[in-house]
Design a binder for this molecule. Structure first.
Ligand SMILES: Nc1nc2c(c(=O)[nH]1)N[C@H]1C(S)=C(S)[C@@H](COP(=O)(O)O)O[C@H]1N2
Ligand SMILES: [Mo]
Length: 263
């Protein structure tokens, strides 16, 4: 039986409470009803386009997301989505503590790059304590350390026609008839150069754990959790999404979720 309008509204309200539980701190795992897919859709349909416009109108492009103190970290970051990529390439790298990892930057850039793990660690870093809001209705506060994505992109020298940064990930999230379907996400250049957008390699003062996206995951602090791609192996600057997945710019956008998931 399909859901009644009342159900939909109840779910929507619960989802929004979860996504904005500002006063609560730590991780708030809400009841299982909020995790159903219908909830996710409802939250998005109502909130996403609006928040994008509201953020731009209210704060301009470089407004910072709220940052917290160490005392606000009450629980470790709740791993969600893929928690352990199974591909051979990833497993071999993980066995070596990711010593052989290298990030590539390709696409609409003047200087395609490969940055070794050491090169990434040697770049200027930023540390921030922020709240991660998953659309499923839970939030966690954690400390993230990494390289501002803007520094990495500057080295690759984006071409004027580069409009989006696409994150390609190691984890196959499903299998289709034509083979594994890998998680991917993308953000616009304004978010890519936002000061809190970092390629994080550490969490709560320790190397990023595998369940949270080792060796590298992005933080996009003004959007929902699914934008924060884990297990990144390459970044591609593109002018359009037409050649990727179903053409909507992200694994979840290809499946009906909003591409811009502002909070
Ligand atoms: N590669 C990859 N990135 C991903 C996911 C995923 O399944 N695969 N899940 C997303 C979702 S829905 C959320 S809420 C966060 C979870 O991050 P965490 O496991 O560190 O809490 O990662 C996001 N990034
Ligand atoms: Mo999520």
């Amino acid at each position: 039986m399909s859901r009644t309008p009342i159900d939909r509204r109840t779910f929507l309200r619960r989802g929004l409470v979860g996504a904005s539980s500002l006063a609560l701190g730590g991780c708030q795992i809400l009841d299982s009803a909020t995790r159903q897919e219908s909830t996710l859709r409802n939250v998005f349909e109502s909130a996403s386009g609006l928040t994008h416009r509201a953020q731009r109108a209210l704060g301009g492009d470089q407004t910072l997301a709220r940052e917290y103190s160490r005392a606000d970290i009450r629980q470790s970051q709740h791993p969600n989505g893929s928690v352990w990529p199974t591909g051979e390439d990833y497993r071999e790298m993980a066995q070596d503590g990711f010593a052989d990892f290298a990030l590539s930057v390709t696409g609409q850039v003047e200087t395609p790059l490969t940055l070794s793990r050491d090169a990434l660690l040697a770049m200027p870093a930023r540390t921030q304590i922020t709240r991660h809001d998953c659309v499923e209705g839970w939030s966690c506060i954690a400390e993230w350390t990494g390289v501002p994505l803007g520094h990495v992109l500057d080295r690759a020298r984006p071409r004027p026609n580069a409009r989006y940064a696409v994150f390609h990930c190691f984890d196959a999230i499903e299998r289709s008839l034509s083979g594994p379907v890998y998680y991917y996400e993308s953000i616009g250049m304004v978010d890519a150069y936002h000061p809190q957008t970092i390629l994080a390699y550490a969490m709560n003062g320790a190397p990023l754990p595998i369940p949270n996206g080792a060796p590298l995951r992005v933080r996009v602090e003004r959007q929902l959790g699914y934008k924060m791609a884990k297990y990144i192996h390459s970044i591609e600057l593109v002018e359009s999404f037409a050649h990727l997945g179903h053409g909507r710019g992200s694994y979840w956008a290809d499946r009906g979720y909003e591409w811009y998931a502002g909070i």
